[in-house]
Design a protein around this ligand. Structure first.
Ligand code: CDP
Ligand code: MG
Length: 832
């Protein structure tokens, strides 16, 4: 677009809008329904926030008129009968009492930190207070408020809520924008977006031109994106003296943020909750008469311990306590406690116990919604299936069971928030998203498993561990509080009191716990200088070794050059908001006409795979997965075939039976299908796929499994394992940690001898031993042609990979040939 053209369009837009506004607000007895309604879905193309820049002076009078019209409309709507109830609801929220103090502080300070208990009205009210104030002071036209949310679901839900609080439909004054989806219009003055969307916006608009107020929500969670954003903002504030920054935190660690911003003032909103009774595992077991033994069968890895358990037939809980020195303070806890905590961390949640607790409440306790905290989608969907088959809870006339998960494509808003009919009980199965970002009012019972899925990063061994781990005391407190919003409640903790006492006070920052490659790419694309010196400015700077590893990885996959600058490939990867390895797999899939498999595998890797592992039918489930894999020795192929089989079954109306027979989760498969579409859109946005050419243009080799394995190799490199023969078996070695094991859930777990010499894998995890998850056996050719950078070995008689860890002997002419082929491939990947 030429800029003049844009301006002209803008001013006519404004003209039209002002006209509309004036007309509607002057027409007698105008009520919300007669107001201009703009509900635009701008679709995925609009992945960048475009803020109205009204530059020419001629528009000044329009702006004035617009401000007047906005004010008139606001007054009109607020006076209308239909909003009475809503207004009185809002006035009862604790945040309302702080309204004038808050607005005064916003006016007088560039940075403000606000804290308060969940549900007190921070997210829905604070941005709205600013909006109302600006509009009523006739500054509406210049008011552009952005409020960031860590998760997609909360951005949508909050924006929708505020729209109805203002008697509008979503996309008018209030809008949202999340990756690949938006509801906003030229009328939007308050926009909710995910933190990721704002970070990408900064690439085009580093000064955040046109933004008048920025609220960063849920800052207490210490998510990577938020920690990253505040480094940038702290540098930006002096250049944008008119910009107001408000940091919103749920718990009382507000001081930390205040200090970071030169002792910015803080406001605390006192909240109110009803008392919540608390039971720990000991009580729950007694109440439900549930035997926890089966839990230890789930305990992956520590088979020795499991055998010991079975031999001694001792109650595992008793044994656990024997290990723990009860008197020890957490700060200097004994090795015994630490070991026990570790052991418990390795345990999957015992869904049987969760089910028993739900059943217990339904049988014995009064009415009220139940909120269950689980760690991830896997468990949510497993428990969902379990409950549907439950004699009591499975009755859809009496129980409404709803999942709530952060990456759910759309939340069925009403069902989650609305109160069900009096004879029906609502049961919400959620991840820690329900801990502070989403408030369900009518919850009376909370079941807390005590864990959240957290990534931790072991920089020394280059290991990312995505494991359920114990939550912090602060989180446990939050979870309990969810039960006391409308009446006194009860919280059932499915872990012993001792564990609770040993929990750390606060959650560790994500930036300290995750691999940093995606973040590094982002820092480079925002031109924020060298990664190392930029990250030193963080609230809590990450380990320099973790930074070094990330940069090394990006160089290895060709995203950064030797000077640590972005290559064209790196730039493409910046535009794919996924792990760079997965992004590269997608690009390779499109280049080598193997797009469908790449989309499926990338979606499953980026989210979760569709296999469910029922405890009591594990062998059958393993066999089903194995039959998908055929003789490919590949978990990735297994999931690809499972997905293709599901597609086929769905087409022939046989979805349910197919999933049941093959131990697949239909919910996850549908999600993967959704994600595939989104990835396809991304590839088309960056010009790697031309949709008008039709699907066949990119899938010539999609059924060639050797090609699929080569694409996998390209994407997963440098996650390579050498298979070494040891007698009748194979041993596995990686460069960083030496010997590793294949995860017991892999189709490769029982294989003694592999047909090909290498294995690539998606993830190394450390539980009791180091396992590689999701692996694929690949040939040396795949590695040589598709792996990361090649170096001719010093003597010139072969090729080295992984810094000399892998060596291939080859003649000079073969080396030359391979280098030429790879040169061409690099050109394709790095095309502008
Ligand atoms: O951000 P904070 O946790 O302080 O609270 P909030 O999200 O602003 O929510 C304030 C109140 O609005 C909640 O207690 C709910 O009663 C209500 N609310 C709602 O009914 N529906 C929503 N989608 C969001 C909030
Ligand atoms: Mg909130």
């Amino acid at each position: 677009h030429g800029s003049t053209q844009k301006e002209i369009r803008m001013s006519t837009d404004i003209e039209k809008k002002v006209g509309n506004l004036l007309n509607s607000s002057h027409s007698k007895g105008a009520v919300p329904s007669s107001l201009p309604s703009v509900s635009a879905d701008l679709g995925h193309k609009q992945s960048v926030i475009t803020i109205k820049t009204v530059s020419s002076q001629q528009t000044d009078s329009f702006k004035e008129k617009l401000s007047v019209a906005l004010k008139e409309r606001q007054e009109l709507v607020q006076a209308s009968d239909s909003l009475k109830e809503m207004i009185s609801f809002r006035e009862k929220l604790p945040a309302f009492k702080m309204k004038s103090e808050f607005l005064k502080a916003v006016q007088e300070n560039q940075v403000l930190v606000v804290s308060g208990e969940t549900g007190c009205g921070k997210t829905t009210q604070l941005p709205q207070f600013i909006l109302e104030e600006e509009i009523s002071c006739l500054r509406g036209a210049d008011c552009n408020i952005i409020c960031t949310q860590p998760r997609r679901v909360s951005a949508i839900s909050v924006a929708t809520r505020i729209s109805s609080e203002r008697g509008e439909s979503i996309g008018e004054t209030i809008g949202y924008q999340i990756r690949l989806e938006s509801k906003r219009s030229a009328d939007t003055h308050l926009l909710f977006c995910t933190t990721g969307v704002l970070l990408r916006q900064l690439v085009q608009d580093p000064e955040l031109k046109g933004v008048s107020h920025l609220l960063v929500d849920e800052i207490h969670e210490r998510g990577m994106n938020e920690d990253f954003l505040i480094i940038i903002l702290r540098d930006l504030l002096p250049r944008r003296p008119d910009l107001r920054l408000i940091l919103i935190s749920a718990t009382i660690n507000a001081d930390l943020f205040s200090k970071y911003f030169a002792n910015a003032p803080t406001i605390h909103i006192p909240g109110f909750t009803y008392p919540v009774a608390e039971y720990f595992l000991e009580d729950v077991l007694e109440k439900t008469r549930y035997s926890i033994k089966s839990d230890f069968d789930n305990y992956e890895g520590n088979s020795r311990r499991r055998r010991k358990q079975q031999d001694s037939k001792k109650d595992p809980l008793t044994e656990m306590f024997e290990d723990i020195d009860v008197d020890t303070n957490y700060k200097n806890y004994s090795l015994g406690v630490r070991k026990s905590l570790e052991a418990w961390s390795g345990l999957q949640i015992d869904l049987g116990l969760v089910e028993a607790a739900i059943e217990y409440i339904c049988r014995n306790e009064g009415s009220g919604a139940i909120l269950v905290f689980l760690t991830g989608w896997d468990e949510i969907s497993k428990l969902l299936d379990k409950l549907k088959g439950n004699n009591l809870v499975g009755d859809p006339n009496k129980f409404l069971i709803l999942p709530l998960h952060g990456s759910m494509p759309t939340v069925n808003q009403c069902e989650i928030f609305d109160r069900p009919p009096p004879n029906k009980r609502k049961i919400v199965l959620a991840t820690n998203i329900a801990e502070s970002s989403i408030t369900i009012d009518d919850v009376v019972y909370v079941i807390d498993c005590g864990k959240a899925k957290e990534t931790s990063y072991d920089a020394l061994n280059k290991l990312a561990c995505l494991l359920p781990s114990w939550i912090s005391k602060a989180s446990a407190h939050q979870r309990r509080g969810r039960a006391g919003r409308v009446q006194p409640g009860v919280c059932y903790r499915l872990y012993p009191k001792l564990i609770h006492d040993a929990m750390p006070q606060y959650q560790l920052a994500e930036i300290l716990q995750t691999p940093l490659q995606e973040l590094c790419l982002h820092i480079k694309s925002l031109q924020l200088g060298t990664v190392g010196s930029f990250l030193e400015k963080a609230l809590q700077p990450p380990d320099p070794l973790a930074v070094k590893n990330a940069i090394e990885l990006l160089k290895t996959i060709g995203a950064l050059d030797e000077h640590e600058e972005l290559t064209p490939l790196g730039r493409h990867l910046c535009n794919i908001p996924l792990d760079p390895n997965i992004g590269k797999m997608l690009l390779m899939g499109s280049i080598f006409q193997c797009l469908n498999p790449a989309l499926t595998i990338a979606a499953a890797l980026a989210y979760r795979h569709p296999f469910v592992l029922p405890i009591n039918r594990k062998e059958e489930a393993d066999a089903a997965k194995q039959s998908f894999a055929g003789d490919s020795c590949s978990d990735h192929i297994a999931l690809l075939k499972a997905f293709e089989g599901w597609k086929e079954a769905k087409r022939s109306g046989n979805e349910k039976q197919f999933c049941w027979d093959n131990f697949l989760s239909p919910v996850t498969l549908r999600l993967i299908d959704d994600m595939r579409m989104q990835f396809l859109n991304l590839l088309s946005d960056i010009g790697f796929v031309d949709k008008s050419r039709g699907p066949n243009a990119y899938n010539q080799y999609s059924h060639d499994l050797e090609m699929v394995c080569a694409i996998l190799c390209a994407g997963l490199y440098p996650n390579v394992v050498q298979c070494k023969r040891r007698g009748k078996r194979t041993a596995f070695y990686t460069k960083e940690v030496g010997k590793v094991d294949i995860h017991p859930a892999s189709v490769n777990a029982g294989v003694h001898l592999f047909p090909l010499p290498y294995i690539v894998y998606s993830e190394k995890v450390k539980t009791t031993s180091i396992y590689i998850r999701d692996s694929t056996n690949i040939s040396d050719y795949a590695l040589l042609l598709f792996g990361g950078n090649l170096v001719p070995n010093k003597s010139g008689e072969g090729i080295d990979m992984l810094g000399g860890y892998l060596h291939f002997s080859a003649s000079k002419s073969v080396i030359e040939l391979i280098r030429k082929l790879r040169g061409e491939l690099d050109k394709l990947l790095n095309r502008k």
